[in-house]
Design a protein around this ligand. Structure first.
Ligand code: FES
Length: 170
């Protein structure tokens, strides 16, 4: 069953559309996908159709954008998506050790989600902060630098505590 876009999502998409000339609402497609994903957690086929309808675009054109960029999730993901840069500068500074540590701590491999739905682990490309290697992004937004195993443990504990706090507030 299709769920209509929420009022909040529509307002945010309208703000994105307003940044472009009249009649060019399709230019806001990436913003719209980000907004919908942030509310729904991932982009189901229904969500892609909702975005297409809102922006007067063919659904396939929205799918082409969503499937091209790695920050859009076309399958369900965990509450926190951890993307570790595994490009050469980060590898030379310990990204391989960070990857092993993350996989062991979470008991998952690349592109997998923990059984509790808390974390999804992704391999990423250079994030433009090679001097801070190894670099990890949480939910494609917050950059975490110099991610040694102790730093990773601290981050995981912090995110778990944050999630527990949000659940208590809900
Ligand atoms: S190679 Fe990892 S941030 Fe540039």
């Amino acid at each position: 069953m299709t769920m209509p876009l929420s009022v909040t999502v529509c307002q945010k998409i309208d703000q994105a559309i307003a940044k472009y000339p009249a009649g060019r609402e399709q230019s806001a497609v990436m913003a719209a996908l980000t907004i919908v994903q942030s509310e729904r957690g991932w982009l189901s086929p229904e969500s892609l159709r909702d975005v297409a309808a809102y922006l007067n675009m063919p659904p396939v054109a929205v799918y082409e954008v969503a499937s091209f960029y790695s920050m859009y999730h076309l399958k369900p993901v965990g509450r926190y998506v951890l993307t570790l840069c595994t490009n050469l500068p980060c590898l030379l500074q310990g990204a391989d050790k960070a990857a092993r540590h993350l996989q062991e701590a979470l008991n998952i491999g690349w592109s997998e989600t923990t059984a509790d739905g808390m974390f999804t682990l992704l391999q990423g490309e250079c994030m433009g902060a090679c001097q801070e290697a190894p670099v990890l992004l949480t939910n494609h937004h917050r950059m975490c630098c110099k991610m040694t195993p102790p730093q990773i443990d601290a981050l995981l504990a912090q995110l778990r505590a944050e999630a527990a706090g949000k659940e208590r507030d809900e």
